[in-house]
Design a protein around this ligand. Structure first.
Ligand code: AMP
Ligand code: MG
Length: 479
């Protein structure tokens, strides 16, 4: 079996014991048709040499990989869903299949599934994933990675030949099983479940586990729980800032969808912003706009407060509150860094950068009727006014609302100007991932089984990723 020497299985989650997971089995699917394999991600864990047949055996039929978690386990967790506590969650259609070390960084990564069959936590669900849902997640993760957001990566998508019934999609609809490569699937909700049962001992065990395997530099901290909260706050603030700079609305920021590593994951009804709109809401069932674009920082902070509540079972409240109080400042700092990254500019200093980023948001807001989100960053990448003013949106940039921004950006120097030489930046329009395009990609598959537009889109996103040269997933390692 062609597995590269860099492959290193290192199952750690099972060490937490039976309170945290249940052994499960993958469904036997009537068909296993490979629709997507992420060889770039596979190369980071030594699996890129698998033949398609082997790939399907592992990621369609779930024959165990060497050193895999066998049988696979469905994780137990609880969570606040739209602020209502739900004690009946858990992996209802997925499991942890393997834990592997990332070759370059040594990070502990999970291969986890979505749509692999029923588990003890399926409730009324069928344990399945629609093919359209899987395709949407593949596209989201590719785009977020290109835009420099810490995200799980879509590893594999295999169509399963089943027909599913869904109330929010025309049915019957096709089914698939997705495999994700994630830097942990431990959620805020994993802590919440133990806290709910008042198992301080298990909360403590989880703190130790997370520190040992994800934040080893905190080993030996005086107050481990408070130190862990502080780092999760930092990571979550960074993630939120990077969602905002990417114009991304996750859609379902429930505590069971928040990872303790600050990696974005679980993409359901997400959207990318067409144009600036703080009230833009992704999920049709989010009638109150709780998780609207502009409310994401507040939603993440609320979730962090729930995590702090769990940790108060094992440490004093004061250091936890103090850590929480740090969120706003870290978020502001991370937002500035993320916006400068997206514009390809070198920082000037805390003060001027804060003033500048404020002017950026003011300009985006002023232009928000005609100006789409993504083209703004594309036009102004590296701060070259000449290029922006030669493009299709020059008339917008001439308006008064852009005056401060245009004046301030002149002081900035391009970071790695070589990137502008990429043919991508000679285009008039950037790569976007707006809903109409996703629907068109799906329609081609649904109506004619034409995967061409899907594959072309992934190739285009990858070209954009290389052109932008934003922080890689590996660069988000550490504390
Ligand atoms: P999500 O909105 O995808 O984060 O899912 C919330 C919860 O519902 C998780 O516990 C999922 O495992 C579960 N779930 C979602 N869809 C299904 C399904 N089709 N079958 C079983 N469980 C599901
Ligand atoms: Mg989820």
């Amino acid at each position: 079996m062609p597995i590269a020497p860099t492959y290193r299985a290192d199952p750690k989650f099972p060490e937490l014991g039976p309170e945290f997971a249940d052994a499960v089995e993958a469904a036997a699917f009537p068909a296993t048709i490979l629709r997507y394999r992420n060889d770039r991600a596979a190369a980071t864990v030594g699996l890129e040499q698998l033949t398609d047949a082997e790939w399907i055996a592992h990621f369609g039929r779930f024959e165990p990989l060497p050193g895999a978690i066998a049988p696979p386990i469905a994780q137990r967790y609880h969570g606040h869903q739209f602020r209502v506590y739900n004690p009946e969650l858990g992996d209802g259609r997925g499991f942890l299949f393997a834990q592997l070390r990332e070759a370059q960084t040594g990070r502990l990564l999970d291969l986890g599934t979505k749509g692999s069959g029923e588990t003890p936590w399926s409730r009324q669900g069928d344990g399945r994933l629609t093919l359209k849902g899987g395709l949407r997640e593949v596209l989201a993760t590719a785009m977020l990675e290109a835009l420099g957001v810490p995200t799980s990566r879509s590893f594999s998508l295999v169509e399963t030949g089943e027909a599913l019934t869904r109330t929010d999609e025309p049915s019957p609809t096709r089914a698939a099983v997705l495999v994700r490569l994630s830097h942990s699937h431990i959620r805020f909700g994993t802590f919440q479940r133990q806290a709910f049962y008042e198992r301080g001992d298990k909360v403590e065990a989880l703190v130790d586990h997370v520190i040992a395997h994800y934040y080893p530099s905190l080993t030996g901290a005086n107050d481990k729980a408070a130190a862990l909260l502080a780092v999760v706050i930092r990571k979550s603030a960074r993630l939120t800032a990077r969602w905002m700079a990417a114009g991304f609305i996750h859609g379902v920021l429930n505590t069971d969808n928040m990872s303790i590593t600050g990696e974005s994951f679980d993409y359901g009804p997400y959207r990318f912003l067409p144009r600036n709109d703080p009230n833009f809401t992704a999920a049709y069932f989010d009638q109150n706009g709780l998780y609207a674009f502009g409310r994401q920082p507040e939603a993440v902070f609320w979730n962090l407060q729930q995590l702090a509540g769990c940790l108060s079972l094992v440490t004093a409240s004061e250091p936890l509150v103090e850590a929480l109080n740090g969120f706003a400042a870290v978020y502001r700092r991370e937002l500035i860094a993320a916006m400068l990254d997206r514009l390809g500019l070198k920082p000037l200093g805390e003060e001027p950068d804060a003033v500048f980023v404020q002017a950026v948001f003011k300009a985006i807001a002023a232009g928000s009727e005609p100006l789409r989100w993504e083209p703004f960053f594309f036009d102004w990448f590296c701060g070259e006014a000449e290029r922006a003013m030669a493009g299709p949106r020059a008339a917008i940039y001439e308006t008064e609302g852009f005056a401060d921004f245009r004046r301030l950006i002149e002081d900035y120097e391009c970071d790695r100007p070589g990137r502008l030489g990429h043919p991508y930046f000679a285009r008039r329009e950037p790569e976007e991932l707006l809903i109409d395009e996703i629907e068109a990609i799906w329609a081609a598959i649904d109506k004619a089984d034409d995967w061409g537009p899907f594959e072309a889109k992934l190739a285009a996103i990858d070209a954009a990723r290389r052109a932008w040269g934003l922080p890689s997933q590996q660069s988000f390692a550490g504390t």
